[in-house]
Design a protein around this ligand. Structure first.
Ligand SMILES: [Zn+2]
Length: 242
């Protein structure tokens, strides 16, 4: 019942964050995609829950999920949390598909040989590993954020699409580190994440060079500014009223 009503609610009340026009529903039973924009063809999947979305959400089959990311067909996500007693939408946020990279997909243990779907391997989407720029609040504790702010954050997060999917995991990881620093930061601050990044990318032997390279890409995208030798600045969203 909740699934049907949250789908109806979304189609009626929400909009496409890419173009601002309305969303259309796919026919019931369509796999992966729930909504699309007739105007710009952006696709969305709805995940609704009565409890809040914490650090991670359940994804589908691991191999299929990775493939859809690499083929750039993974949908953006609409995370909707409703209040069961009051029948209202409490929180709603978007995850831009540009920021859903192989880095935030964690494989689960394959089902055991005795399970009905033996060998099937699911995955977890780690929301906490997704750069903040790609986690776009729309409704927060029942308050609706201005549509212009939602659309402008969407446009900023979309910049990550300029990098091909195979290389976007590194970019997202470095961006996530940048976001944990103050608006002004140094290359030394970034090197403090060396061990963490190296654990995530064990095959890379020169993590520092990789960090500098990713910072250049972020600069070219306009997400990071080079202020002076080894000194950088990032745009920080002030505590904008929702
Ligand atoms: Zn659209």
């Amino acid at each position: 019942m909740a699934r049907v009503s949250t789908e109806l609610w979304t189609a009626k009340n929400f909009y496409c964050a890419s173009c601002g026009f309305g969303l259309s529903s796919y026919p019931p039973g369509t796999k992966v995609y729930d909504f699309y924009s007739q105007d710009c063809n952006e696709k969305f999947q709805l995940k609704s829950s009565a409890s809040s979305f914490s650090g991670s959400i359940l994804g589908s089959e691991y191999g299929t999920t990775i493939r859809s990311i690499m083929e750039s067909v993974h949908p953006s996500l609409i995370l909707l949390q409703y209040d069961r007693a009051r029948w209202t939408v409490q929180n709603l946020s978007l995850i831009h598909r540009a920021c859903i990279t192989s880095s935030c997909i964690i494989p689960r243990r394959p089902l055991s040989a005795t399970a009905r779907r033996a060998g099937w391997q699911g995955c977890i989407i780690s929301i906490a590993s997704i750069p903040e720029i790609g986690r776009i609040p729309v409704v927060f504790k029942g308050r609706v954020r201005r549509k212009e702010s939602v659309l402008s954050q969407w446009t900023r997060s979309e910049k990550l699409l300029q990098v091909e999917p195979e290389r976007r995991g590194w970019l997202a990881d470095v961006l996530s580190c940048v976001e944990r620093l103050y608006s002004s930061f140094t290359i030394q601050n970034m090197y403090s994440f060396e061990a963490e990044l190296s654990a995530k990318h064990p095959n890379n032997r020169n993590v520092r060079a990789k960090i500098r390279q990713q910072l250049q890409i972020l600069r070219d995208m306009g997400l990071v500014e080079f202020v002076g030798p080894g000194v950088y600045r990032q745009f920080k969203r002030a505590n904008e009223s929702l």
